[in-house]
Design a protein around this ligand. Structure first.
Ligand code: ADP
Ligand code: MG
Length: 302
């Protein structure tokens, strides 16, 4: 189990993380979310032992993860970390990069393993391409494959699909997270994408003002967002009479207390997101057809 006990850290004067504690069970998938600058990347770097903590301790089972003051080489053997800016070796091929940390002792097994990893990140056709010739998204996939090559016990992923286009993102996400679950690899993901969280995470942490604002399952936090920040991570939302609800939890009715004037309809594929004025406040709801701007409609909570 990963145990994070009362850790605090600052780069300069201002605390980036203040007295943070949480545990992650073996094989668990945990997401860390929070606004840009809330300390997600810093937290992952601390878990990896990149910096010395100002307070607190981090343990993986009985092993304490310590910073550079105590270690010549950053990062424990059993852990892999894929940074937001991945560093690969540009002048060798995709296969060579992925196999960089694998033993050469059994060349056939090594090649088999590389092929398996190329499959996971869907880069088979680029096996012999030099990394410098790849796009940002392809490089990110090489970095992911290299990180899982030696089957770490725990993997830290910092916005792992941020450079990958939508055509590939969905299938890569499924493939990678399925692989990690199958191999029982503990996984901690810093992300701002709800799609990384909802279908894949066992738990999620919300960072805000250097603290953990919430920690729970994605289901619990989605269904009962205790504040606007958490709701805004998931969906377009409204606060009506102090109650937070998502746009898909309001429906158009013949008559209600909530009389709105339509301002704009946004096409969203299988529905329209309607922006409307409710007593001078902007609210959002979903509707299956476009509504004319200026039209008066009544809505109600579903
Ligand atoms: P996130 O990943 O959530 O966007 P970061 O962990 O990158 O947040 O940053 C948290 C805070 O720490 C930000 O205010 C950022 O400006 C600051 N910060 C990050 N890295 C450094 C650094 N190397 N030196 C000084 N300040 C930093
Ligand atoms: Mg970051």
């Amino acid at each position: 189990m990963l145990q994070v006990k009362n850790i605090s850290f600052r780069y300069k004067k201002q605390a980036v993380l203040n007295n943070i504690s949480f545990n992650v069970k073996p094989g668990e998938h945990l997401s860390i979310i929070g606004e840009s600058g809330s300390g997600k990347s810093t937290l992952l770097k601390l878990l990896y032992g990149t910096y010395d903590l100002h307070e607190g301790h981090i343990f993986w089972n009985d092993f304490e993860i310590l910073g550079p003051k105590y270690n010549l080489i950053i990062g424990p053997e059993f852990m892999k970390y894929v940074a937001q800016e991945f560093d690969l070796m540009p002048f060798i091929t995709v296969s060579e990069n992925i196999g960089a940390f694998l033993s050469n002792f059994y060349p056939e097994e090594k090649q088999e393993r590389i092929n398996e990893l190329l499959d996971v990140v869907e880069l088979k056709s680029f096996a012999k391409t030099k990394v410098k010739e790849l796009s940002g998204g392809q490089k990110q996939r090489v970095a992911l494959a290299r990180a899982i090559a030696k089957q770490p016990e725990i993997i830290l992923l910092d916005e792992p699909f941020s450079h990958i286009d939508n055509f590939k993102k969905q299938s890569l996400r499924r493939s990678l997270f399925k692989y990690l679950k199958e191999k029982n690899i503990t996984c901690i993901v810093a992300t701002h994408d709800k799609n990384d969280v909802l279908s894949f995470s066992d738990n999620m942490i919300v960072l805000h003002n250097s603290k953990i604002m919430a920690k729970n399952t994605p289901q619990k936090l989605y269904n009962k967002p205790k504040n606007k920040l958490i709701a805004s991570f998931f969906e377009e939302f409204n606060e009506i009479d102090g109650k937070i609800s998502y746009a898909n939890q309001l429906e158009v009715v013949d008559k209600s207390n909530l009389k709105t004037i339509v301002k704009h309809s946004y096409y969203k594929g299988h529905y329209y997101l309607i922006e409307a004025d409710l007593n001078g406040e902007i609210i959002f709801f979903e509707h299956n057809t476009q509504l004319e701007s200026g039209k008066i409609v009544f809505v109600n909570h579903i």
